[in-house]
Design a binder for this molecule. Structure first.
Ligand code: MG
Length: 159
């Protein structure tokens, strides 16, 4: 049986924080606020996987009130979720995602993101889509106050 899941996340940009997306440190004047490292791409992928598995969401699994997850590398949390999938006998077929950011330019960092995420997800680079676009100056993302990410995941489960 195959199941799909969908995930979305948005984080505020905050001066003086490190910008981490897809597990990659990206040089920029601001980073994403959050209890963890604020990696909105990893969070969207986590929610897509949990959604496909029927296992709630990132907030219920990794509560932002838990000091254990303060400053956590979100790619580590993603690895935990992939472990949960494996426990259920599931495997990931593919993941596709979109980063919506006015700046900085994401394109040059996508190969590094794939290099980090593919081994964690256990899929090849052709089965991980990461696309980047701006929000055409509209809304909080367009005004450079936030970065948003969307992801879908297809998983295969035992019948
Ligand atoms: Mg988040």
């Amino acid at each position: 049986m195959h199941k799909i899941g969908f995930g979305y996340d948005i984080h505020r940009l905050e001066a003086g924080r490190k910008l981490v997306l897809g597990g990659v440190d990206i040089p920029f004047r601001a980073g994403l606020a959050g209890h963890s490292d604020g990696d909105a791409l990893a969070h969207a992928v986590i929610d897509a996987l949990l959604g496909a598995l029927g296992e709630g969401d990132i907030g219920s699994r990794f509560p932002d009130t838990d000091p254990l997850f303060k400053g956590a590398r979100s790619v580590g949390l993603l690895g935990d979720v992939v472990g949960l999938l494996r426990e259920r006998g599931a495997e990931i077929v593919n993941v596709d995602s979109v980063i919506v950011a006015e700046e900085p330019k994401m394109g040059p960092h996508i190969p590094a993101m794939k290099a980090v995420l593919c081994p964690v997800l256990g899929i090849s680079a052709t089965n991980l889509g990461i696309k980047a676009k701006t929000n055409e100056g509209l809304g909080p993302v367009g005004e450079k106050r936030a970065i948003a990410c969307y992801a879908v995941a297809l998983i295969r489960l035992p019948d």
